[in-house]
Design a binder for this molecule. Sequence first.
Ligand code: AWU
Length: 448
Amino acid sequence: MSTAQTHVLAYPFPSSGHVIPLIDLAKALVSRGVLVTVLVTPSNQPLVPTNHSPLLRTLLLPNPNLNRLVEIVAFMRENHYPTLINWARNHPSPPSAIISDFFLGWTLHLARDLNVPRLVFSPSGAFALSVSYSLWRNLPENDNPEDPDSVVSFPNIPNSPVYPWWQIPHQFRLAERGGPEWAFSQENMLLNIDSWGVVFNSFLDLEQDYFDHIKKELGHQRVWALGPLLPLTEPENRGGSSTVSCHDLIEWLDSRENSSVVYVCFGSRTFLTSSQMEDLTRALELSGVHFVLSVRVPDERHAAQDHGRIPSGFGDRVRGRGFVIEGWAPQLVILSHRAVGSFLTHCGWNSVLEGLVSGVVMLTWPMGADQYTNAKLVVDQLGVAVRAAEGTEKVPEARELAKRIEGSVGRRKERVRAEELRDTALRAIKENGTSQKELDALVKQLHD
Ligand code: AWU
């Protein structure tokens, strides 16, 4: 039986940071002759390339026009499940496996109905997943909720990370124990743990200790590290079309010194508060560096929340050394330009991987989710980043932030380490690299 009859259902959580890497995984599987049907909604269908192989197909499912994670997942389970069962049972080449996002643990039930294995696609790294598994298995309590500095430690995880309570993912920390959000998160985690295997957008040399830890915790070896999953071609439209002309942006970057520009971006979902935006733009002004600043623009769905906007007159005050993008930046194009030396990031996992592949020094400003863990990895364990700020409350005074931004451009030690790790990441995804071998091993297991 050829691998073309190996048919995988790829089911992302409908958010850019989750859809983008799973589409890159789909392309990687297709490159091995696997038929892949990506389950998309109208809002993320544009992210699937149309000019790709006939083995890459899409199935359109209704948009959950909701904001809260629990509601989105419940909508998908109620509205997509029946369609998927009928579609799969009547398909001439039914799916032989489901690879679905970490947040879609319920697809384990769908996989059992179809009598096929369900693999978790983790859009975060193995360190972050180790922390999530441990959190929901051991259910640590905050013994002193009044103490803002009370900590929770994970002695069973490599490097025994310790977190202040406020950095624990809000689904665990804020949800009422036993309430609907808590129950969803705990059940989702247990369904992931019970699934057949886990596919990571990461690479062995980056997180070997954590892959070993997860295999021990799960009691099996079906854990694959296939990343960094990102296209080394056509980077300009990854995740959506750029709000600015790539030509103008590249022309601006071409006129800068090597490694002199600081790129600032906080992912596809994070909006800075007014005070964060004020301190950040003030710090960029005071730092004197050349920079590209990309910020998301809130739409009507976010009207009720406090979202900072670029202060008026900022563009004029930094004219000549600042390039501001309000919308969607061609992040891979920017990071791969020789003029960019450092990257102020919220530490979303895709941005961390893209920073690593670009060999830039990262300035970390984690805001939530797995980002505090990702910051620990790049700052404390890999030595390719330095801390700039943490969270939405602890915004450093603009002058201090300016010093950290300015200092990032000349950090020799971190740059040397970042370039070493870039070379390691590129080796992993090149022919005969560890990630290519892991992909072959996964395809073989799916085929057998
Ligand atoms: P990234 O993971 O960097 O950040 P989020 O969008 O916030 O992703 C998980 O999903 C993260 O681990 C979580 O912490 C959570 C979320 N991009 C771009 O090309 N232009 C822009 O203007 C903004 C973003 C791309 C960027 C990256 C992706 C963002 C996985 O944070 O290159 O690929 O969008 O993903």
